[in-house]
Design a protein around this ligand. Structure first.
Ligand code: GRF
Length: 193
């Protein structure tokens, strides 16, 4: 656990590509008095990401970077992050893979939420894979990001029961509800005021 002194919150950025429901839950969490983080920046690779609206609603600056050339995009992201003195990056449905160099330069400062009980089902289509294997449980995981996909140290997990009638849609919905609670919990676990 990282102990913080004083009332200062850790300046954080959230990276998204889509709906941004986890972003919304993180923003709400950050506004709580005892939250260890403040969210100063939202970054996306997708100008059409629905979640960008939360930047407007909560008055947090949004930046969209064109990922056609990852190297250039990441260079711009690094300079944005440094200028805003961001100390924590929360990936929340960010669909681009960060380069090894990027991850190295923010070692131990990047978190991700993944919709499975890692190490099971790294990568995409986690719900479909859990259903096809007739798993009894699935869930979600918050972990540190290292240079191997969905393989960094696990911080916290939540199990969700799979019912016989579950479809990809119903399972995704159930797990997402838990994700919204789990990400703030993970942050509280790692950083305490
Ligand atoms: C979540 O299921 C998250 O675990 C995965 O992508 C989804 C993002 O959903 N990495 P949202 O954009 O936060 O609503």
């Amino acid at each position: 656990m990282v102990q913080l002194t004083g009332p200062k919150k850790i300046k954080s950025a959230v990276f998204i590509s889509g709906t941004g429901s986890n972003l919304k839950s993180l923003i709400k969490f950050s506004k709580k008095k005892n939250s260890p983080i403040s969210i100063e920046l939202i970054i996306s690779d997708n100008s059409k990401a629905k979640g960008l609206k939360f930047g407007k609603i909560f008055k947090i600056s949004n930046k969209v970077f064109n990922y056609k050339e990852r190297k250039i995009a990441e260079k711009k992201i690094v300079s944005e992050i440094k200028s805003k003195k961001i100390k924590l990056i929360c990936l929340a449905g960010f669909m681009k893979i960060l380069s090894k160099d990027f991850i190295k330069s923010f070692k131990g400062k990047i978190l991700n939420i993944h919709p499975s009980l890692l190490p099971k089902y790294k990568g995409l289509n986690t719900h479909q894979r859990a259903l096809s294997n007739n798993d009894k449980y699935s869930g979600c995981t918050v972990h540190f990001v290292n240079s191997r996909l969905d393989s960094g140290k696990i911080i916290i997990q939540k199990k969700v029961k799979i019912n016989k009638r579950d479809t990809v849609k119903t399972l995704a919905k159930k797990i997402l509800i838990q994700e919204h609670k789990l990400y703030p919990k993970a942050i509280s676990k790692v950083f305490s005021l």
